[in-house]
Design a protein around this ligand. Sequence first.
Ligand code: G3P
Ligand code: MG
Length: 241
Amino acid sequence: MWSFPRIIAHRGGGTLAPENTLAALRCGLAHGFRGVEFDVMALPDGALVLMHDTELGRTVSGSGSVVDQTFASLSAADAGAWFSAEFIGERVPSFAQAAQFCLQHGLWMNVEIKPLPGQALMTGRSVAAACASLPADAVLLSSFSAEALRAAQAVAPEIARGLLVERLPPDWHQQLDQLGAVSLHANAATLTAAQASAVKRAGFGLMCYTVNDPAQARILFDWGVDAICTDRLDLITPDFQ
Ligand code: G3P
Ligand code: MG
């Protein structure tokens, strides 16, 4: 079952703002989105931040591994200059800042747990603990890491969980059952109509990432997909049919 938004802004603002920043969340909100996806990583010092890559350089100024960062050092870096001059000075937000923004503005959160290598257990626990005080209908945790989702389940079983996959594994149903997951989050590029219908028949929610072509979005919804995550906030709007 899927009782969450149908069109979700990927990394906050998709192609319209620097990913995983407060500016991105503001952008998603300004475009009328009611749901956002963003990536949350636990740093070695325990801080939870919005971050996709394990290396600096692509979206955050500097170089080297996030493993060598503290919250103080990472949040001093620039997370907007890579995107455009308008966003110079944008920072890597803490999860608490992002969650507060979303709660304030009624934005539903798909929090993707993105552990640093070897940190799935700690990250899953920590993200779930940070979400435990949020309204249960305000958030869904997802991850490619089953270990992170299991850890989240142990800490805050009441928070909805979804398993992210690049390709549907043969034992997807068993995995979802074992994780107590409400949904499967599938790569739109690899999902087939038959798989979509099997997931729906089994009673799970089905979300597809990352869908940037309106024609593809229509096909997926025809297949019974419940929700899509998009970078193209300009092409696939929240009222997309
Ligand atoms: O949650 C959907 C999508 O964000 C998963 O892939 O690499 O963009 O985090 P990625
Ligand atoms: Mg993500």
